[in-house]
Design a protein around this ligand. Structure first.
Ligand code: G3P
Ligand code: CA
Length: 363
């Protein structure tokens, strides 16, 4: 006599087991790194000690300071040497006469520049959210934080390593090194190597140094053992080599040339993924050249996602970033720069969370 209740129970268990996600191969890659892009900049004003510390607390493997220089030669973290997008400098009457227009990397830029301020002057400024319309919750922190020095960032990393027992990597980027050298007289390659040495950081530590330009990386390669990453964008080319384009650099022969002085490429993710999120040839080509591949920049808001990965709610609403994450992992990238380390450390798409239906990695 068939026991229907037993049969139904067995069927229910079978269905449940079949529905369980299998661990995808990419999630077994223990070398994969999460790079906190300008800190946890989805939740705090970028390039502040608060943004870096939150990123570390959220489990980021590396924090990423973009570096510019003060008038007295101190390396500090800002995305641009122009300060008005991310500090209160434009509202400070005492600095009104520092307003300048400079020709930087082929275009005129107006504003206030880090290299025209001593560190003491710069420290009187307060950081603010760069994109308050998309991240109004971050603007609540406007005015609380200073512009940090590289030295402070290293001290923070060491303190957090002691607190957490984890190694925390540093992923500094030299911003506008050719402009700062030729137009302003600051050799930021020299300054960076001297500062890392002074702070006791060696190539044995988890460090990648990155640049959009070529010569600074070639010089770093000649003068140090630090791991180096050539940044590659979709349009344009490196500011220091006239006529060279990123499109040239992204070809197999361009990548082979990069491999003569760098260990990896930091690639705009639009070069790694087609519109339908299938892989382009670039990651494979880079691997063929022996290069690591790090992708930038994964952010969870609609404003930064492909249109067909948007969810209702406008630019600031959270989109289906999990699909892009999974696509990048399937491409086999070795690391992802993200403004949202909390979410990326959790491997979105690995766990069904009820949103972005059909975006589950098992599909
Ligand atoms: O450095 C990787 C990525 O940060 C490059 O873009 O402009 O955010 O520094 P950006
Ligand atoms: Ca950067």
């Amino acid at each position: 006599m068939l026991d229907w209740r037993l049969l139904l129970a067995v069927m229910a268990v079978a269905v449940a087991v079949l529905a369980l996600p299998m661990a995808p191969a990419w999630s077994q890659d223990s070398d994969f790194i999460v790079i906190a892009h300008r800190g946890a900049s989805g939740e705090r004003p970028e390039h502040t000690l608060a943004a870096y510390e939150l990123a570390i607390d959220q489990g980021a493997d590396y924090i990423e300071p973009d570096l510019v220089v003060t008038k007295d030669g101190v390396l500090v973290a800002r995305h641009e040497n122009e300060l008005s997008d991310t500090t209160d400098v434009a509202s400070r009457e005492e600095f009104a006469d520092r307003n300048r227009t400079k020709f930087i990397d082929g275009r005129n830029v107006a504003g206030w520049f880090a290299e025209d301020f001593t560190l003491a002057e710069l420290r009187t400024l307060r950081a603010k959210e760069r994109i308050p319309t998309i991240r109004p919750q971050n603007a609540r922190y406007d005015g609380l934080y200073q512009v940090p020095t590289l030295e402070e960032i290293v001290k923070l990393v060491r303190a957090k390593e002691a607190e957490t027992g984890r190694r925390i990597g540093l992923y500094p980027e030299l911003k506008h090194p050719e402009f700062l050298l030729q137009a302003e007289g600051f050799d930021t390659v020299d300054l960076l190597l001297l500062e890392l040495k002074r702070l006791g950081i060696t190539a044995e530590d988890p460090v990648f140094i990155q640049s959009f330009e070529i010569e600074p990386l070639r010089r770093l390669n000649q003068r140090s053992e630090f791991r180096l990453v050539q940044l590659i964008n979709v349009d344009g080319g490196p500011a220091d080599v006239l006529g060279m384009t990123y499109a040239d650099m992204a070809t197999p022969s361009g990548l082979a040339d990069i491999a003569t002085y760098a260990d990896g490429v930091g690639v705009n993710m639009r070069l790694l993924l087609n519109d339908d999120l299938t892989a382009t040839a670039m990651a494979d080509d880079a691997r063929q050249a022996g290069l690591l591949v790090h992708a930038w920049t994964l952010r969870k808001e609609n404003a930064f996602l492909p249109p067909d990965r948007h969810r209702p709610g406008g630019d600031a609403a959270e989109g289906c970033y999990n699909k892009v994450y999974v696509a990048l992992r399937k491409v086999g990238v070795d690391g992802i720069f993200t403004d949202n380390p909390r979410e990326i450390v959790e491997e979105p798409g690995k766990v069904w969370n009820g949103w972005c239906a059909g975006e589950f990695w098992k599909d």
